[in-house]
Design a protein around this ligand. Structure first.
Ligand SMILES: Cc1cc2nc3c(=O)[nH]c(=O)nc-3n(C[C@H](O)[C@H](O)[C@H](O)COP(=O)(O)OP(=O)(O)OC[C@H]3O[C@@H](n4cnc5c(N)ncnc54)[C@H](O)[C@@H]3O)c2cc1C
Length: 467
């Protein structure tokens, strides 16, 4: 019989779980930090998500600059440019190891780490998979994340395919890659591989890729189609092998037409499913929906008063920054605060080509909510810096509520969109979220944020017009 260990706080999940654990440790509480990946802390983001993918994409961005050199008077022999894929992957793994090591040291110093999978045996008792440890706690935080959802496609289990869990382990560069799914994961890997010379095909049942504002989706899809083959709107109906290559038989969404798409490698990127099936939550009163996402209220409370949940396992936001933010709200509420999680200014980015940064409502959502809004759009080429950097395709789009001048949504497609969106996030987080805040702020000339300033000026006019 395993000895029972009791803690003030038990956190399950060594990704964004670290946020609640951090605040608990700061408050002097005893903390068990449970993580089933014995050799890697940091969760999806550090190991098989944000960090390794962005490290890879950095090489693609360097390649884009090299390819554009001629436009800026730098001549080089493009045929001499070589891609050293093993070196690119080595740099990615080094970055990941450094992050792992840093976190490992901190976790061992601050908490009681439990490196095993755990499941509930009753409302507030966990058992490790090896059966050696029983853990109880006063407060629990579930941050068990999500993993790739594998669609039920005939024959998929008979062909080799990769997901985000093992694409980072590949040894060489595939000549061709078939990506199933045109969401952000498919589009980011599509950018990386295609920019570095792999022939990429993306299959998606929708005409346009990504779930973004319609203007963004349309322009993104048009631009991205210049570098990847899009098989849209097609649905994969069976996995196939043809002469040593793998892929799918696909059927057109609005008809019976079928075709076959194959490549050297297949990546499945068709959404995420929660890891809650590991937890035996049916031993507790914590409710999940029929897909397994933990049900929480706007205080991150589950249906058990001492069990909170956040991060990907609740199925909202599903970004690293959102998960960490939710973690603090969950922790503070568990210990007496009364904080609501507000997603209205929760931004996201897609590090594809073109890049996307967005926050708030899409135009379609404004319409569905019956809001009286004004939409304004400006292109990169409309500002001096946009001209200087070569007039890249792309634009910024703002949605402002008429009358209140409240910022409802902001969507940007083009260079540095992921960085530029933050100015709008700050304005949306400020009291009243008024568009005037940005219009009244002096912006440096010539810079990219001038595009945002120009847009806001167009939306709200001069702040001195009534003077
Ligand atoms: C390819 C890819 C790229 C991404 N890029 C970005 C990006 O650029 N920016 C961004 O914001 N987000 C990005 N994301 C999303 C981001 O990684 C996630 O939103 C974030 O990591 C979720 O954190 P989490 O703590 O909820 O879950 P996770 O980080 O998945 O952590 C959950 C942890 O719980 C552990 N666990 C699960 N069950 C148990 C159990 N029973 N016992 C013990 N341990 C358990 C798991 O091993 C895991 O380590 C990306 C995701 C992917 C897949």
């Amino acid at each position: 019989m395993a000895e029972t260990e009791h803690f003030d706080v038990v956190v399950i999940g060594g990704g964004s779980g670290l946020t609640a654990a951090y605040y608990a440790d700061e408050a002097g509480k005893s903390v068990a930090l449970v993580e089933r990946w014995t050799d890697r802390l940091g969760g999806t983001c550090v190991n098989v998500g944000c960090i390794p993918s962005k490290q890879l994409i950095q090489s693609a961005e360097v390649m884009k600059t090299i390819r554009a050199a001629d436009d800026f008077g730098i001549t080089l022999d493009q045929s001499s440019v070589k891609v050293d894929m093993p070196a690119i992957f080595r740099a990615m793994r080094e970055r990941r190891s450094k992050a792992n090591e840093g976190t490992q040291g901190w976790v061992e110093d601050a908490f009681t780490p439990v490196f095993d999978e755990v499941r509930f045996v009753d409302e507030k008792t966990l058992e490790t998979k090896d059966g050696k440890r029983t853990i109880t706690g006063d407060k629990f935080f579930l941050a068990v994340g999500a993993r790739a959802a594998i669609p039920p496609i005939d024959g998929l289990d008979k062909i080799p395919y990769r997901t985000n869990a093992d694409i980072f382990d590949i040894k060489g560069q595939p000549k061709s890659l078939v990506i199933l799914g045109g969401g952000y994961i498919g589009c980011e890997f599509g950018h990386f591989f295609s920019t570095l010379g792999t022939k990429v095909t993306i299959i998606d049942p929708s005409d346009h890729l990504l779930s973004e504002d319609d203007d963004i989706r349309t322009t993104f899809t048009k631009e991205f189609a210049k570098k990847v083959d899009l098989v849209t709107p097609y649905r994969a109906v069976a996995a196939v092998e043809e002469e040593g290559q793998y892929g799918f038989k696909v059927r057109k969404e609005d008809g019976d037409e079928t075709r076959t798409v194959v490549g050297d490698m297949v990546l499945v990127a068709t959404g995420r499913r929660p890891n809650t099936d590991t937890l035996d939550l049916d031993k507790t009163s914590v409710k999940t929906d029929d897909k397994g996402w933990v049900q929480v209220d706007d205080h991150m409370r589950t249906s058990h008063p001492d069990i909170y949940a956040y991060g990907d396992c609740i199925g909202q936001g599903m970004f690293k920054h959102t998960s960490s933010f939710e973690g603090e709200i969950a922790y503070r509420n568990a210990f007496g605060a009364d904080l609501k999680m507000d997603y209205s200014a929760n931004p996201h980015a897609i590090f594809s080509d073109p890049q996307i940064g967005a926050v708030g409502l899409t135009e379609r959502e404004c319409q569905e909510k019956g809001l009286d809004y004004k939409a304004v759009k400006r292109d990169y080429k409309d500002i001096a810096k946009g001209e200087i950097i070569g007039k890249p395709p792309g634009f910024a789009k703002l949605l402002v509520e008429k009358g209140t001048r409240r910022i409802l949504g902001f969507h940007m497609l083009g260079p540095h969109a992921a960085d530029l969106v933050h100015e709008v996030v700050v304005a949306m987080t400020a009291e009243g979220a008024k568009a005037d805040l940005i219009k009244r702020s002096i912006h440096i000339h010539p810079t990219m944020p001038e595009l945002i300033h120009t847009l806001f000026t167009e939306a709200v006019g001069s702040p001195y017009s009534d003077a």
